[in-house]
Design a protein around this ligand. Structure first.
Ligand code: ADP
Ligand code: MG
Length: 382
């Protein structure tokens, strides 16, 4: 059954009625630019074909009801919900209602059923897909005039302040603003975006996404520690954020940072921002294949300087490169999650098999791989 049909089925089973409409928002992979978002830097995500569908309709009794194929028993809350009231998965949905009201919009009470094929907790941003699908549904259902450029920050506030997860603006921007066949170049300081041509098929190339299926460990604590190191480094260097340090100033900046950990973290962020800019320049010039070495350099930097990889993702990168990939890197916040590899179109099966064989050699849980084509952002389904 398609995700769309699953959402309709979940809706009719939970509420005994047909939904008024269906809205979908995708998961994302970040082509390059990791941990740069909260340093006011640059990121370059594209939308996955996997997406979260919200089947929704008005709630006759003025009470919000939400359910998911993963949690079929409806959770209810009133329009004046506030952080702390709804916990668990429902917080992502109630958070969107709360954040819309905080932003001055009056979302209509709705009944919502969720279905998704975005893998949860794999760094593909199922949380932003959920928030974005719900936000888009509520805006349409209520005829709310929420400008597209304001939507990512509203969804981010839901996740930061209602759910309590201190994430940057990357995920929600990608799920809401990506376009098919493009990568989204986002300046996380100004929120300026540019749609970058990303037609891999035309270049005879493909992106293979490899889910390491490694259990996430200590993610929240490590994420917080990385953010803190970056803030400390910026403070020592006397800049608002590490975005303000360019590659030419890096050697002098590293000299001023006595602490070896801060030096490594800073080196990753500064060089990673430059790699995003270099990748964008190559894509604009249609030189897609040449981004491969930048992807691999990004991985090396995450492994050695930012220290956010685990054995499973390092092995996947090495195996993909050994199988002929033009470049490969972990994507997402780290400590597990997914790897992406830039490969010749038609080499997907061999590359996936090579990674799977390397995993078997290491005794790791088998990976899951698929070719990802840049899809559309959040939208109402016809
Ligand atoms: P990621 O965004 O990388 O997938 P997160 O931990 O940020 O991982 O978000 C995953 C959480 O989002 C899940 O634990 C769940 O609470 C919620 N979620 C995402 N998709 C769904 C869904 N289809 N149904 C119910 N909850 C979901
Ligand atoms: Mg998330």
């Amino acid at each position: 059954m398609s995700i769309r049909d699953e959402a309709v089925k979940a809706f009719t089973e939970a509420y005994g009625a047909d939904p008024a409409g269906l809205w979908a928002a995708p998961g994302r992979v970040n082509l390059i630019g990791e941990h740069t978002d909260y340093n006011d830097g640059f990121v370059l995500p594209f939308a996955l074909p996997q997406r979260t569908v919200a089947a929704a309709g008005p709630a006759p009794d003025g009470v919000f009801s939400i359910c998911s194929t993963l949690a079929p028993e409806p959770v209810t809350f009133g329009p004046e919900t506030a952080p702390g009231e709804v916990t668990g998965w429902g917080a992502y949905v109630a958070g969107v209602v709360w954040a819309l009201r905080e932003a001055g919009f009056e979302p209509p009470a709705a009944r919502i059923a969720i279905a998704s094929d975005v893998p949860l907790g794999s760094g593909l941003s199922s949380s932003a897909a959920l928030e974005s699908a719900v936000l888009t549904a509520l805006a349409d259902l209520g005829g709310l005039d929420v400008p597209l450029e304001r939507r990512p920050a509203i969804a981010q506030r839901a996740e930061n302040l209602y759910v309590g997860a201190p994430t940057g603006i990357l995920d929600q921007s990608a799920s809401i603003r990506c376009e098919a066949g493009r990568a989204l170049f986002l300046d996380c300081r100004s929120y300026a975006i540019e749609q970058i041509p990303f037609d891999l098929a035309a270049a005879g190339l493909a992106i293979l996404v490899i889910n390491s299926n490694a259990p996430h460990q200590h993610v929240d604590g490590e994420y917080g520690a990385r953010r803190k190191s970056c803030e400390e480094s910026a403070a020592v260097l006397g800049v608002p954020a590490l975005r303000d340090v360019g590659v030419p100033e890096l050697p002098a900046a590293l000299d001023r940072l006595g602490d070896e950990v801060l030096r490594k973290r800073t080196r990753h962020i500064v060089t990673e921002n430059q790699r995003v800019l270099d990748t964008v320049a190559l894509l604009r010039a249609g030189r897609v294949r040449e981004i491969g070495p930048l992807l691999t350099a990004s991985h090396t930097s995450m492994r050695d300087d930012f220290e956010i990889t685990v054995a499973q993702v390092d092995v996947a990168v090495e195996a993909a490169l050994a199988a002929g990939a033009h470049g490969a890197r972990m994507t997402g916040g780290g400590f597990g999650g997914c790897v992406l590899a830039l490969i010749d179109a038609g080499r997907a099966e061999e590359t996936a098999a090579a990674v799977a064989a390397a995993y078997a050699d290491h005794g790791f849980t088998a990976p899951t791989s698929w070719v990802a084509v840049a899809g559309p952002g959040a939208t109402k389904l016809p």
